[in-house]
Structures are given as structure tokens and as C-alpha cells.
Write a protein that binds this ligand. Structure first.
Ligand SMILES: Nc1ncnc2c1ncn2[C@@H]1O[C@H](COP(=O)(O)OP(=O)(O)OP(=O)(O)O)[C@@H](O)[C@H]1O
Length: 591
């Protein structure tokens, strides 16, 4: 469900860093803990074996100087070199596998979410930004979920061990060092949230750039025909520059974190030297302890900068989780699989009763109390001026949006009470625009009816007048038809969409502007297809061209979100002014 405290994707404001992402990161990583631990253990073993190597080298030298056989130490040395190398390679490899597995887990969850988002959510989102969240943001988790956590924990243990030793060696120098450790801690508390926030902004800028690119490709021909390339390039360039600037800002904080860790340790080094020197001079401490303390401090520099780097990386991961979680918190629908018509048999009845609806709380009402019924087999045409709310009727029947008030019933049951899968399973829907997806013609036809037989496919190809198209395409049904079906004509796209809807053997067929892009011959043929379908099922068609629906069983005239008249063509010409005007303007009858 929507979390109103979370900024929607694409929104300009970004929430301040929150603690929840750490829990989420753990939630993702814990399923892959075994691999992570194996990887960590192998890396650790590699490190230990690396430490043994100098000892064996010493053994080789001793053996040489004692004039003994070199076989044993050389075998050890070879085993240590090969074993150490293998362990050092396998450790990170296993951790990277765990990292990729974490990314896969997150992507699977996100894909499920994205595809099931409610239509209303997608209306206000930018697809390019969502793509960026799925690809780029999830990728940021890879390192964080693998090497960062293990490395950070190892470094933290080493630092704690070193600090314990320092306290044991000399409490005064320990206190001196701790003042600097406190300084590092406070500085990190200040810097780390800024790294996270800067990374969120940087990732958002990447998302914005993706959105702009997606926007261009979704209307590529229009951009070219409008000569808008330069303008669009400038916008993309600006977005790329913003992404660069935001990236630089994140790098600035990361660099500052490195310095802020390094400097206090160096200062601590000098302070220990000063205070320790004075204590040695006063006899309060021996030189050996001072040297041991200094060596310890020197040794800790590595783990400290390692820990700070891990914490910085962790912030980028948390930023990614922040953006991923924003999507996970959007409203989604109940799962709907690839469904075919089920439920009852025969044509489905549809009743609208006093339905009001608006697309958003801040938007005007589109339906002001729509009432009509389409009671089973036959053809019902929805006509009326542009923007009157005809397409919205279909969106409500499909439950893309919930009606604000009133009731919509299918087969006498309120659609809110239908399992979504079953409701959509009985409907065949031909959208107004872009009804074809990238892929082959066959994939497009069977996407709503994956189990359709070859005979069924052949039948709808014939019914939707696609035989000629299939014949001329190089690979017939297996031919790719391009992004949004760009290799097809507008009429061909619509016929493919109609064939797809018919293949589902729907109990209710919704055709939106189904004949608007057809030539006269095909329009007449499809009018016949509609009438044929109406013999078997309930067909609702939104039509601008009245010629295609004059023989409809009933025509519902919409005007400004209300049904103003219902009747046959002849009845409406006789009784309804608006319909008569529409008919007259399309030369069907004298005004
Ligand atoms: N997703 C949406 N978000 C906000 N408003 C929308 C949305 N879809 C449609 N509208 C608005 O709702 C109103 C009715 O739209 P609808 O598409 O139902 O009209 P229509 O009668 O089918 O028009 P046309 O004949 O031009 O297709 C229009 O004013 C439109 O701007």
C-alpha cells in the first residue's frame, strides 16, 4: 500500500535518510548468508595463508643455509602460493555471486511490483525512471550486499581488537587516541547521511535522464518530423550534466569521509608521539610500550580507512534501497496471471448504475452519474463527443480504476466483488492506441491466450483479415513487428489487436475506436466481424464513425460524462438532437 511519507518516484523532494533501509538490506542479504559467509571465510583463509608465506620463505632460506634438501619447504611454499592465490580468488568470487543473488532477489521483487502497479500509479510515473531503478539502483546493491558488509565487519573487529590492546598497553595514550576516535565518529555521523542523500539525488538524476530518453523514443518520428532533435539533445545534455554534477557532489562527500578519517588518525599519531615522548622522558612509561602503541596505531590505519570506505559504500547502497523501496511502496493490484475466459458461460451482462468517477481527487469528474445496461448477446455502441467519457467506461469495467460512487455489475455481481483475474479473464479489450507490443506476430496474438491452438490462431487470423499480412511478412507469424508494432500500418496494428482479443474467446468484447484506422473495405469487413462476434458474445464498441455501428442493437449517447439517450439508430435519429447532429455530420442522414 502507498506510504504517504515516501516521496513518489520522480518527485523533486527526497526524504531524509531513514533507518529502515538497513533493515531492508539485511532482509535482502540474509537469504544469501551462507554464500556470503563462505566467501568471507575463504577470503579470511586466503589472508592467513598470505601471512604464512613469509614464514615458509624464511624456512627456505634456513634450509639453504643449512645445506639441507629443499624439497619439503619448496612443496610447502608452492602449496601456500597456489592455495593462497586460489583462496584469495575464490573468496571474493563467492561474495560477488552472493551480491548478484541479492540483486536478483531485489529485481524479482521489483519486477513483480512494477508489472502489477495500478494503472493510476503508472499514469503519474515516468517509465524511464522506473527502468533506472530496476537496472542502475539495484546494481548499486551488489557490492554493498557482498564485500562491503563482510569487509566492514572484519575491519570493525580489527579496530575493536586494536583499541582493546591500546587500553591494555597504556590508559593515558589510549585516552589521547580515543579523543581522536570520537572526532572521527562525530564527523562520520555528519558526513554519512550526506553521502546517502547525495547518492539518492545522483541516482534520481540518472532516472530523469532515462525518462527523457524514453520520452523521445516513445515519439521518435514526431520528434524528427518536428525538427526537435536539437531541442531534445539540449534537454538530454542538461540532464546528463545534472547527473554528472550530482555524481560529483556524492564523490565530494565520499572523499571528505576519507580525509576526515585519515586526518584525526594522523593527529592521534602526533599526539601519541608528543604525550608518549613526555611520559617516557618523565619515566612514566618505557620506550618499548610507546613504540608498540605507535605500531598499533599505524597498523589500525588500514582497517580504519577500510571501515570508512565500507560505510561510504553502505550509504550508496542505502540510497539505492531508498529508491527501490519507493517503488515497492506504490499501490499494486492483486496478481493476475495469463488468464483465459472463465466463470460463467455465454455473453456477460454489464450494468452501470449512477456511476461517478474522476481520475484524481484534484481532477474534475469525468462521469457524473452514468447509467446504462448491456444485457447480454449483441452489439452496444458508445458514441458522443470527444472527451465525453466513453473510453473511461472501458477502464472502469476492466477495473483499471475504481468508480467513485455508484455500481458497475457484470453478470449481476459488482465488479469490486469479482476476483480480478476472473473479471479480466472474461473480457477481450482492444485499446485505442498502440495495441501492439515488441515481439513476433504470434507472441502478440497469443499473449492474452497462451494456450490457443494453431486452429484457433488460424481462425482469428482469417476473421481479422490478417491472412494477407501473415503471407507477406518474411517469417509469417514468427516475424518481429518492432517496438510498438512500428513495422505495421495503423490498420494492421488494430486488426492484430482485434485478433488478439478474439483469440481469447471473450464473454465481453470491448473495442475502442476499433475501426478508426481502417480503409472502407476493411471497415466493412470488420463491421461484419463485430456483428458476427455479437452473435455469440456481448460486444461494446466506442465508435466515432457511426457508419460502423448503425446496425448496433443499442447505441448509448454520451455527453459530458452523462448518458443522454439510448436507442437504436433509427430511434435516436428521431429523438435525440446530439445524435442527429452527429449522424448528419457524418452524412448518414439529413440534419
Ligand atoms: N488517465 C487520465 N488521467 C486524467 N484524466 C484523464 C485520463 N484519461 C482520460 N482523462 C480525461 O477524462 C475525460 C474523458 O476521457 P475519455 O477518454 O473517457 O473520453 P472519450 O469520450 O473516450 O474521448 P475520445 O472520443 O476523444 O476518445 C477527458 O477529459 C480526459 O482528458
Amino acid at each position: 500500500m502507498t506510504d504517504t511519507t515516501t516521496a513518489p518516484p520522480g518527485a523533486d523532494s527526497v526524504d531524509p535518510p531513514v533507518k529502515a533501509p538497513i533493515r531492508r538490506l539485511w532482509g535482502y542479504a540474509r537469504h544469501h548468508l551462507r554464500l556470503l559467509l563462505i566467501g568471507g571465510a575463504l577470503s579470511f583463509a586466503g589472508g592467513i595463508v598470505g601471512l604464512v608465506q613469509p614464514l615458509i620463505a624464511m624456512d627456505v632460506i634456513d634450509t639453504l643455509s643449512n645445506d639441507e634438501s629443499l624439497t619439503r619447504p619448496l612443496v610447502y611454499l608452492t602449496a601456500v602460493v597456489i592455495g593462497g592465490g586460489a583462496l584469495s580468488a575464490l573468496g571474493p568470487y563467492f561474495m560477488q555471486i552472493a551480491g548478484q543473488d541479492v540483486v536478483l532477489t531485489v529485481r524479482r521483487q521489483l519486477i513483480g511490483r512494477l508489472v502489477r502497479l495500478q494503472v493510476a500509479e503508472v499514469d503519474r510515473l515516468k517509465p524511464g525512471d522506473l527502468v533506472s531503478r530496476l537496472s542502475s539502483d539495484t546494481n548499486l546493491l551488489r557490492t554493498v550486499a557482498s564485500t562491503t558488509v563482510i569487509g566492514g565487519v572484519t575491519d570493525a573487529f580489527m579496530i575493536l581488537g586494536g583499541i582493546g590492546l591500546m587500553a591494555w598497553l597504556d590508559p593515558v595514550l589510549f585516552g589521547t587516541t580515543m579523543s581522536m576516535v570520537a572526532l572521527v565518529t562525530v564527523t562520520m555521523l555528519f558526513i554519512m547521511p550526506r553521502i546517502q542523500s547525495a547518492t539518492v539525488h545522483s541516482q534520481k538524476a540518472l532516472g530523469d535522464m532515462g525518462s527523457l530518453l524514453e520520452r523521445i523514443f516513445s515519439a521518435f518520428r514526431t520528434v524528427k518530423a518536428s525538427g526537435a532533435e536539437d531541442h531534445e539533445i539540449a534537454r538530454l545534455d542538461e540532464a546528463a550534466t545534472v547527473a554528472r554534477d550530482k555524481g560529483v557532489k556524492a564523490s565530494f562527500w565520499e572523499a571528505l569521509a576519507g580525509v576526515a578519517a585519515f586526518m584525526p588518525v594522523n593527529i592521534a599519531f602526533l599526539m601519541v608521539l608528543g604525550v608518549g615522548g613526555a611520559r617516557v622522558a618523565s619515566g612514566a612509561m618505557d620506550v618499548g610500550t610507546l613504540i608498540g602503541f605507535l605500531l598499533l596505531l599505524f597498523y589500525l590505519m588500514g582497517p580504519i580507512s577500510g571501515l570508512v570506505a565500507s560505510l561510504s559504500q553502505l550509504q550508496t547502497g542505502l540510497a539505492a534501497i531508498h529508491r527501490i523501496e519507493e517503488v515497492a511502496n506504490l499501490d499494486s493490484e492483486e496478481p493476475v496471471g495469463a488468464v483465459t475466459a472463465r466463470g460463467g458461460e455465454g455473453p456477460a451482462q454489464v450494468v452501470f448504475e449512477d456511476v461517478t468517477f474522476r481520475y484524481g481527487e484534484d481532477l474534475p469528474y469525468v462521469h457524473h452519474g452514468v447509467t446504462f445496461a448491456s444485457s447480454g448477446r449483441g452489439l452496444t455502441a458508445l458514441v458522443g463527443p470527444s472527451g465525453a467519457g466513453k473510453t473511461t467506461v472501458f477502464s472502469l469495467i476492466e477495473r483499471f480504476y475504481p468508480a467513485t460512487t455508484g455500481s458497475i455489475r457484470v453478470d449481476g455481481v459488482d465488479i469490486a466483488d469479482w476476483p480480478l483475474e476472473e473479471l479480466r479473464g472474461l473480457i477481450g479489450y482492444v485499446e485505442q492506441d498502440a495495441p501492439v507490443l515488441d515481439g513476433t506476430l504470434r507472441e502478440n496474438l497469443v499473449m492474452a491466450a497462451p494456450d490457443a491452438s494453431e486452429d484457433d490462431i488460424a481462425e482469428v487470423v482469417k476473421t481479422a483479415r490478417l491472412t494477407e499480412l501473415v503471407g507477406k511478412l518474411p517469417d509469417g507469424l514468427e516475424s518481429r513487428i518492432g517496438y510498438r508494432g512500428t513495422t505495421l500500418s495503423g490498420g494492421e496494428r488494430q486488426r492484430v489487436a482485434i485478433a488478439r482479443a478474439l483469440l481469447r474467446k471473450p464473454r465481453l468484447l470491448l473495442l475502442d475506436e476499433a475501426t478508426s484506422q481502417l480503409d472502407a473495405a476493411n471497415e466493412a469487413a470488420l463491421k461484419q466481424v463485430m456483428l458476427d462476434a455479437a452473435e455469440r458474445t456481448n460486444v461494446l464498441v466506442v465508435a466515432h464513425r457511426l457508419s460502423t455501428v448503425t446496425s448496433a442493437d443499442q447505441i448509448v449517447v454520451f455527453d459530458a460524462g452523462l448518458v443522454r439517450a439510448v436507442g437504436t439508430h433509427a430511434e435516436l435519429v428521431a429523438k435525440d438532437d446530439l445524435y442527429r447532429d452527429l449522424a448528419a455530420s457524418q452524412l448518414l442522414t439529413a440534419a
